[in-house]
Design a protein around this ligand. Sequence first.
Ligand code: MSP
Length: 681
Amino acid sequence: MSDRSPWFYLTTPIYYVNDIPHIGHAYTTVAADVLARTHRLLGEPVFFLTGTDEHGQKVWQSAERHNLPPQVYVDRILPRFRELWEKLGISNDDFVRTTQPRHVSGVRDALARLQEKGDIYEGAYEGWYCLPDERFWTDKDVEEGLCPECRRPVERISETNYFFRMSGYQDWLVSHYESHPEAVRPESRYNEVMGFLRKPLGDLCISRPKSRVPWGIPLPFAPDYVTYVWFDALLNYITVPRSTGATPDDGLARLWPGTHIVGKDILTTHAVYWPILLRALELPPPRMIFAHGWWTVDGQKMSKSRGNVVDPVGLVETFGADATRYFLLREGQFGQDVDFSRDALINRINRDLANDLGNLLSRVAAMAVKFFPEGGIPRPAGGGRREVESESARLLPEVVSRTVSLEFHRALATLWEFVGFLNRTVDLKAPWVLARDPEKAAELSEVLYDLLEGLRLVAVHLTPYLPATADRILEILDCPGTGALSLPVHGTFGQADAYSPRPGAPLFPRRDASGALLSDEPERAPRKAQKERASSSDPSAPASLPSGGQDGSSGSSPAGQEKPSPAPAAPDAPQITYDDFSKLRLATGIIREAVAVPKSKKLLKLAVDIGEPAPRTVVAGIAGSYPPESLVGKTVVVVTNLAPATLMGVTSQGMLLAATVPDGVSLLTPDREAPPGAGIR
Ligand code: MSP
């Protein structure tokens, strides 16, 4: 069999149905889903398999505890897994249950072949047994009566069983891994496996007497024994491909070898037992096994006894599938342990999803509709490479390559770098300023096309991670949905001919600290702020930010106003959350030019260098405190993301911070030299 099938065949572990699914199961499956969707988007044929592990002592004992026959018991738990995958938008191509006839017959065939080859023998066993892991251990493995893997107590067992001659394949496996270091990922897990393989391998006990464990696949050559659950379970990775072809061999030849994503807890079974079993069956080893880390909860191991098991169904019902998927893969490095906290999840939703992505889409779509109510914002003809285009070419291929190498959090961070770039482009190009000058109509159209096209590319690259959100963005942009997408065709800048977006509801409503929706956000904003928003030239300015003192009466004491209020900070000012605060962008700026605004006693027009290609024009009501010439070269603090406002005919693109002092205002300035554009936090 060739080991280079064109198919990308990807699996998750099959999950025990002795209990309902938890966030750890969701983690592996979402990660696999993102990978499968990415390969599909790249145009590859993909076969993505997940399923349930239904045999063995653990499942049987759970069924006993519930007073149910094991098959009835597993049939009742099964829908909990299926429903979760449906809720999370998992796109598996097949779902295996180890009680399915196709699997049972595949396992029995494999056992019969190994027995014929002489790879299985009968022997007496005496040793230690870990019930939760369903694994045997020797005297030298066990210290203080505890399982070396899970640290739970082991029991002494003595019985006749059937064994698989694993030891004979050890040298082959070591040399395979020496020449294929990419076969176990990340590198730390590869080293762990090589360390394990330095000790001699024992043979593997592959049976359980029916008298002790009645729930499993009977051995074809010894009907009083059932197959060891791990031996049974691992074979699912080939019993399913066997069932997809005209003959078992056809199906296998089409899909095998596969790529496995597993948790670090089941690395040895996958990276040692499994390739050896395949070798004995004369099949190539897996292409790659990736072992990820575990989720802890508020720094603690997740366990039923601690009562801290995170229920993924609850998360999806409260926060939605896409927010849950985003959090699972953005929060930690795939391969390392990650900690779950609700606060962290809410922060990610508010900051990354609602603010960075959701606001960007709302702002751009609202401006497009306001400035081009007829739609049809065309792709600009010719012209040099635009910034959005070159930035997309720089960042987006990296999103794909990081995903394909399972660096999900870095892929998302890179995609958000692009989202941040688009947000800065909105601020910098200020389409609402361009809209006031009929001579700038072409430039306005180009800027909006670039932003909309940038958003389309965000949606395309988001498809594997947040499929429903990607669909909604494309719907708002009035582009074809995600079903029809392919990265080679749709993944580069300039694919859309024209844009006629139609704004929709916010992508991700913000949450308060308890996780509840802040759906009344606009109503709760002070009436004055709403009025300002209504009169703002930027149709998309967020309600919570003052418009820059259009009429000089916004109530704060910035120096960009005609009438700075001499009142001290109001003691009854409404509290803001950290998220409110984090919307603010402050930076240092150096005043390069300062002149009086004609006919105004208080206003100065300043050119302030904040590290951007051209200085910003800021109109500040500080003439009473500073003669213009005294300001040139001074370093000041600028609010850089305030919606522009026009004061006495001059458009101000920022605001300076100043303290109110008895005889006027005193500009805030850093107490050490700072370059223009230094961020302030
Ligand atoms: N049935 C076996 C696997 C057989 S595969 C041929 C099994 N099932 S399990 O239900 O216990 O699921 C194990 C998998 O769930 C882990 O490998 C991992 O993918 C996931 N997780 C279980 N708990 C986890 C965490 N706390 N954190 C992250 N993932 C973990 O083992």
